[in-house]
Design a protein around this ligand. Sequence first.
Ligand SMILES: O=C(O)CCC(=O)C(=O)O
Length: 305
Amino acid sequence: MDLSLGIDAVENIDIEKFNHCYFNTQKPLVIKGLSKDTSAGVKWSIEYFKEIVGNVMVDVYDNSNKKSAKSAFTVPDLKMQFSEYLDILTTNEHTDLRIFLFDLFKYNSRLKKDFPCPDIFKGILDNFAHMFFGSKDTTVRIHYDIDMSNVLLTQFGGKKRVVLIAPEYTSLLYCLPLNTYSLIDPDKPDYKKYPALKHIKGYDFILDPGDSLFMPSGYWHYMTYLESGFSVSYRRIGPTLKSPLQGLINLGLYMPADKLLNKVMNDKWLTLKEQIAERRIHKLALGKDIFCNEWKTINPSNHIN
Ligand SMILES: O=C(O)CCC(=O)C(=O)O
């Protein structure tokens, strides 16, 4: 994998330029310090959250749960009081517990006032914000968002490393059928098992506290919390109807089908999914005559028609 592409970064951007150069062309962008002049940039801290929403019960996900790491769905592993979770986070030691896609704003409208949707992301979804919390060294497995929205992810607290890969590479990423995850590990790409990864190009950069990342629809992302921290995401639909329609198909058709097969076949379905993902890509490779020799060397007796 060549992750040396340089991501554009700006200090400020107006809506016209953002739409013209990034949103309409679906090109990722980092906006430095977008939140620094907002109340959130000044006020938000672990202590502040404890004071105003500390008593809320939250769903917590355990990254060390091997079963959910291999599952296509992210299912909460436990529930706890938010203040209890924040206490764990403040040690800045590693914990595998993280909070994912949490609609914290609904518990206290002050939070929304502190960080309203930035102008460049105003639209029919601008009332919905989600928060993510994690500790130092926590990773978020590589995936793209199932609803195919564009995402504006603003980082608070610690630094986060982001690996981004354009949707054009989806067919080379061993995407599991009926869902939006891949089992590859961008930190240790296994080129023997997944030779197509050699042909992938992407971005690898660090989001500092206060920075916002524009992630266009369908972009694969893999994140590592370099320090304990949290972020907020807003979503925007467009610029064409193709992505929202694909999002609806993913949510309304593929996800329920995947869930059903998971329920009926359990681990067998996961194994089959991995096999399908591998075979699909090698079939494509043979068709295009790329990395074909590698595949034949690894699987001399395997013939795909
Ligand atoms: O920052 C995180 O913890 C995960 C963010 C993410 O996966 C997303 O915005 O889709």
